[in-house]
Design a protein around this ligand. Structure first.
Ligand code: AFP
Length: 312
């Protein structure tokens, strides 16, 4: 790929970046279409003015109308793209066939993760996984691309097609311009974010947490998966975990919609993600709703977590 100098970074837009990186045409268009959809979702969040009607989603969680409308927007845009055969969303209980059957890509989405944070005005996000084979069952290959969009003080978009991980910022002209090319995590960072209640931690996880505290890691947890992962990435290291809990050994977060896309992005930035034993990307999901504990971030901390979790 052509080298991008600091001086020209702010002028490289998403389409040009993907073209320079040699991303194939259909995938380029698909990623572009999803990034544009992020603008529509953001407009919807803005328009809601933090007023929602509460009802339960298929997992029994309080669902905001914003989750639903983000899902609808995404689904219709993907259908319109003409590149997507199947769509699976955290807001739906089954895979939706949105294509004619010959399209190359299969997309997973958490259309609006962390929507319960909207009223607090903390950042929230959209998480996308792009596969070139069926979402469940025997896959032809792993993910071919993953991306997320953060709706915070700035709207940013991070993508990877397996050739590095790159961040873009939506500018005032409505263009996604490159802000960081080939984000590379340090071997070790200095922040940690943990989901779950301390009283529910397993003894092994608690020991790991005590280790992080004794080493002076700073606690950084917003309760939104996208910004919590984003800060580890942008600060170039550290760890995020939503662990197995007493009485809830699979933790909270969903493998297909949340964990695998983020693990892909982190891997291509030089980081790692594990459930404590297995690499998150090598787990074969059996159901859309499958959950898993996760330790994700820079290599030192993730390996350390594995060490603590596997001490007998
Ligand atoms: P919501 O989508 O229900 O707001 O859940 C957000 C989330 O799935 C994820 O974004 C966070 O990492 C996690 O939940 C936070 O969970 P806790 O509230 O248990 O910390």
């Amino acid at each position: 790929m052509e080298t991008i100098s600091d001086a020209t970074k702010g002028f490289v837009d998403l389409r040009r970046h993907m073209w320079m990186a040699g991303v194939e045409m259909e995938l380029r268009r698909l990623i572009w279409q999803i990034a544009v959809t992020g603008k529509y979702i953001s407009a919807k969040i803005h328009d809601s003015n933090r007023k929602f009607a509460g009802f339960k989603n298929i997992y029994g969680e309080e669902q905001l109308t914003l989750d639903r409308s983000s899902d609808e927007i995404l689904q219709s845009q993907l259908k319109f793209s003409g590149f997507v055969r199947e769509y699976a969303s955290e807001e739906q209980d089954s895979i939706i066939h949105i294509g004619k059957g010959s399209e190359k890509y299969f997309v997973t989405a958490d259309p609006l993760d962390g929507s319960s944070l909207v009223d607090t005005n903390l950042a929230i996000g959209t998480i996308i996984g792009i596969h070139d084979g069926s979402i469940l069952g025997e896959r032809k290959s792993d993910l071919v691309a993953a991306m997320y969009i953060t709706y915070g003080p700035l709207i940013t978009m991070v993508y990877s097609t397996g050739k590095g991980t790159h961040e873009f910022v939506l500018n005032r002209e409505g263009e996604y311009v490159l802000s960081e090319d080939n984000i590379t995590l340090s071997e070790r960072g200095s922040i940690y974010g943990l989901g779950g209640l301390r009283k529910d931690f397993t003894p092994e996880h608690l020991k790991f947490v005590e280790y992080l505290e004794s080493e002076g890691y700073k606690l950084r947890y917003s309760g939104g998966f996208v910004p919590d992962i984003n800060q580890v990435l942008i600060k170039k290291g550290g760890i995020f975990s939503y662990p197995a809990l007493k009485g809830n050994p699979e933790g909270k977060l969903r493998l297909i919609f949340e964990l695998q896309p983020m693990a892909f992005i982190m891997k291509h930035a030089g980081g790692m993600a594990t459930n404590g034993k297995e690499d998150i990307l090598s787990i074969k999901p059996n159901s859309l709703d499958q959950r898993s504990p996760i330790y994700i971030g820079s290599r030192f901390e993730v390996k350390k977590a594995k060490e603590f979790l596997n001490k007998s």
